[in-house]
Design a protein around this ligand. Structure first.
Ligand SMILES: NC(=O)c1ccc[n+]([C@@H]2O[C@H](COP(=O)([O-])OP(=O)(O)OC[C@H]3O[C@@H](n4cnc5c(N)ncnc54)[C@H](OP(=O)(O)O)[C@@H]3O)[C@@H](O)[C@H]2O)c1
Length: 330
């Protein structure tokens, strides 16, 4: 099969022919139909030279396709022949390949109304957006603030905000994104590059009682942002798009305003949830994707155009997802 690998020393992606992997007990073999490029994939590519053997590491954390072989076990046999959304469970078999072996527990069948292309993005971001609203309900937040809101996840948070009657303050970093989000119906959008941004955030978050900030950026502005949040707010860090190694906070502000700072990682949340809750959430996502949720795609690439795909994505991440379609030759 054809699969992508990281080339040393330049760390560019290259395509190589390798044997199709065989599913072991509890695993399935999927013929990959589509696989997106997510920020977590790019972060993993950066860390890969230190963490994995690059001769066997195949990137790609999620995808969709058809289960064409099953290892021993009830679940693998149940999925055989089905169209599934799937995530990679081992570093030697990722979704940026024609075939992927993964644990059957990392797959779920796709609703007939969901295409392979949309289905390949139905695990990581939709489940994260749902988890945010669980946090909001548990803690009785009346409104929320989300950063890097022009992202695919940002659009899902906005959609769920509307469905749950929870106002969303969307933070983006340029005027183009402000206009784009407003034209899509977002009521509250602030541009972090505006000179009045911090003041505006303070006023709006207090007006709406937005007591939770979901931040995937970790910029140097974060400290100032935290300082204007309402009393008793929570800050939940779920991404690190700037790549900053440290964030600064003013301890006096945390103490005086009773501010909590926590991290969020979907894989940890899924472990906490247990099988039943995860299945329930997956069913909710499946329903959402077959009704209201369509994720914008800006480009489709065959595996041999990997570098072009990454460059297209990095050039304008808010323009929509870039996906690999391994069986195609564009
Ligand atoms: N913790 C978890 O379990 C979890 C799960 C899912 C997603 N996430 C995180 O959620 C975030 C969004 O993911 P996605 O797949 O929805 O992204 P996406 O659709 O690929 O879009 C990425 C977004 O990030 C913005 N961005 C990139 N670099 C930025 C920077 N330095 N400062 C401000 N904005 C920046 C882009 O805006 P521009 O157009 O302005 O570049 C774009 O809107 C990522 O950080 C991802 O890692 C975390």
């Amino acid at each position: 099969m054809k699969a992508l690998f990281l080339e040393m020393p330049e760390s560019r992606l290259v395509i190589r022919e390798v044997s199709v992997p065989e599913p072991g007990p509890g695993e399935v073999l999927i013929k990959i139909a589509a696989a997106p490029i997510n920020p977590s994939d790019l972060a993993r590519l950066k860390d890969a030279p230190a963490e994995y053997d690059l001769t066997t590491f195949i990137p790609g954390l999620e995808g969709s396709g058809t289960v064409i072989a099953a290892g021993k076990g009830i679940l693998p046999r149940l999925w055989l022949g089905k169209r599934v959304a799937c995530s990679s469970s081992i570093s030697t078999s990722g979704s940026w390949a024609e075939y992927m072996v993964t644990s059957a527990g990392s797959c779920f069948p796709l609703n007939k109304k969901v295409t392979d292309e949309q289905g390949c993005m139905s695990l990581v971001n939709p489940l994260t957006a749902l988890s945010f609203f669980e946090i909001i309900k548990q803690n009785r937040h009346k409104a929320l603030i989300n950063n890097a809101a022009g992202s695919a996840l940002g659009r899902m948070v906005e959609l769920l905000g509307k469905k749950n009657n929870i106002p969303v303050i969307n933070l983006v970093r340029n005027q183009k994104s402000v206009e784009s989000l407003k034209s899509q119906g977002s009521q509250y959008v602030l541009n972090s590059s505006d000179p009045s941004f911090i003041t505006d955030l303070g006023i709006l978050s207090k007006d709406l009682q937005a007591t939770v900030l979901f931040d995937s950026v970790c910029s140097r502005q974060l400290q100032e942002m935290i300082e204007v949040l309402p009393h008793n707010s929570s800050v939940i860090i779920y991404g690190n798009l700037t790549g900053e190694k440290e964030i600064c906070v003013n301890p006096r502000n945390l103490i005086a305003n009773n501010i909590n700072i926590a991290g969020f990682y979907l894989a940890n949340k899924a472990k906490e949830n247990g099988l039943f809750k995860n299945m329930l959430n997956i069913m909710k996502v499946s329903h959402l994707m077959s009704t209201d949720l369509t994720i914008k795609i800006q480009g489709r690439f065959s595996l041999d155009k990997a570098q072009e795909a990454i460059d297209t994505y990095l050039n304008n991440m808010s323009a929509g997802k870039v996906i690999f379609v391994p069986g195609s030759y564009f």
